[in-house]
Design a protein around this ligand. Structure first.
Ligand SMILES: *[C@@H]1O[C@H](CO)[C@@H](O)[C@H](O)[C@H]1NC(C)=O
Ligand SMILES: *[C@@H]1O[C@H](CO)[C@@H](O)[C@H](O)[C@H]1NC(C)=O
Ligand SMILES: *[C@@H]1O[C@H](CO)[C@@H](O)[C@H](O)[C@H]1NC(C)=O
Ligand SMILES: *[C@@H]1O[C@H](CO)[C@@H](O)[C@H](O)[C@H]1NC(C)=O
Ligand SMILES: *[C@@H]1O[C@H](CO)[C@@H](O)[C@H](O)[C@H]1NC(C)=O
Ligand SMILES: *[C@@H]1O[C@H](CO)[C@@H](O)[C@H](O)[C@H]1NC(C)=O
Length: 323
């Protein structure tokens, strides 16, 4: 068989296999309260983007769709004001789902953020006076089974949480916080006047590591690696030709890579500005555009590839089986 035809057949089969394979991957869906306090619905994966809607409906929703390594990441943030204790539901549809996935979350009373590795402190805001009968903490972290700490006046207690979680009077201390401590914490108190309950959303934040380099194509590239929540990158001077990739890792951290594609005169400076809730000030990194880097791809790699292509076509034409 003609080598050119054979090659294209293989190529076609490979592309076909890849397509079929990807289309069968359903997205994984999650719903959280983000560190800013808004419900955030996330669908990662799938060859077509997921459709996300909310109940109750609102105009105050921002939805971002990003293609990452041939998979779609769809992030929808519900920005309407909601009363704590109320439910919000996220409805995710995808061609691979037989039914839409329905996830529901209750808006917490209080939001608490803590830096990974430091001590988290939650204070139950009710004053029990001297009539406390029972106090309970329910802990529901994102990726761990729920656990419970409970004490009664007769000093009967129950605790099946990690030994890093310590109750002190009305407060709860979480020592050496880890990403997996992120989740919902509720305190409940029973005294002579009744039952009181408060829910907390605890976020464990991780500062991203930041760097600025010139990529192989000659463009400045700013990296903010493994942060929670997602780092934000901007450039000085501003430009419309910036491409930003955002990737999420299995440990829920985010990496943001921003490439500045504007033509810049060699010798000039470009500045990347990374902001993150864990930084007291945005991190400012500056790089000088090196001489002879920008047009490297245009003048070397592309012509080389073209030459190779022409040679390949020429060779297959000369091959007797192609005629
Ligand atoms: C959208 O939500 C934000 C934050 O809750 C609020 O400040 C803003 O007024 C809302 N906008 C509309 C149109 O409801
Ligand atoms: C979820 O969305 C789908 C498609 O938009 C719709 O058909 C379905 O009725 C919705 N489900 C709920 C519970 O709203
Ligand atoms: C702790 O105990 C509660 C109540 O019995 C149970 O629902 C929960 O699964 C237990 N959690 C762990 C981590 O053992
Ligand atoms: C309950 O425990 C506290 C501290 O652990 C102790 O001071 C107190 O005497 C105990 N009360 C009873 C009734 O055992
Ligand atoms: C717990 O409360 C008692 C009485 O209100 C107080 O004396 C004690 O110092 C508190 N313990 C801690 C660790 O805060
Ligand atoms: C960096 O970005 C932050 C947030 O967008 C902004 O507040 C700050 O002014 C910027 N810093 C500089 C030097 O542009």
């Amino acid at each position: 068989m003609c080598p050119l035809h054979q090659t294209s057949l293989y190529l076609f089969l490979v592309i076909l296999a890849f397509r079929i394979d990807l289309s069968q991957v359903p997205p994984s869906v999650s719903l959280i309260i983000n560190p800013a306090g808004f419900p955030e619905c996330l669908a990662v994966g799938g060859i077509s983007p997921s459709e996300i809607s909310w109940i109750p409906e609102s105009d105050n929703v921002t939805t971002r769709r990003e293609m990452e390594q041939k998979m779609w990441i769809v992030i929808s943030i519900y920005r309407a004001q909601i009363i704590p204790g109320r439910e919000v539901t996220c409805n995710v549809s995808h061609p691979t789902f037989t039914h839409p996935q329905i996830l529901t979350i209750v808006i917490p009373d209080l939001l608490v953020s803590v830096l990974a590795g430091s001590t988290g402190l939650l204070h139950c805001p009710h004053n029990p006076g001297d009539t406390l009968i029972m106090m309970t903490w329910w802990i529901h972290c994102l990726y761990k089974p729920p656990c419970l700490i409970s004490v009664t006046t007769e000093n009967r207690s129950f605790n099946n949480c990690s030994e890093r979680i310590i109750r002190e009077n009305l407060s709860l201390k979480i020592l050496k916080t880890q990403i997996t401590d992120t989740g919902k914490y509720s305190c409940g108190m029973v005294n002579a006047h009744g039952t009181f309950q408060t829910s907390f959303m605890l976020h464990v934040l991780v500062p991203p590591s930041v760097s600025l380099t010139i990529n192989p194509a000659g463009f400045p590239e700013c990296w903010a690696v493994s942060g929670i929540p997602d780092p934000e990158i901007s450039w000085i001077p501003e430009s419309d030709t910036v491409t930003t990739r955002k990737e999420t890792a299995p440990d829920t951290t985010w990496t943001v890579i921003s490439t500045y594609r504007a033509q810049i005169i060699p010798g000039r400076e470009v500045t990347c500005n990374v902001s993150h809730p864990t930084f007291t000030h945005p991190q400012i990194l500056t790089i000088v555009i090196p001489v002879r880097s920008i047009n490297y791809v245009r003048w070397t790699v592309i012509p080389a590839l073209l030459l190779l292509l022409i040679a390949a076509v020429f060779w297959s034409w000369k091959s007797p089986s192609c005629r």
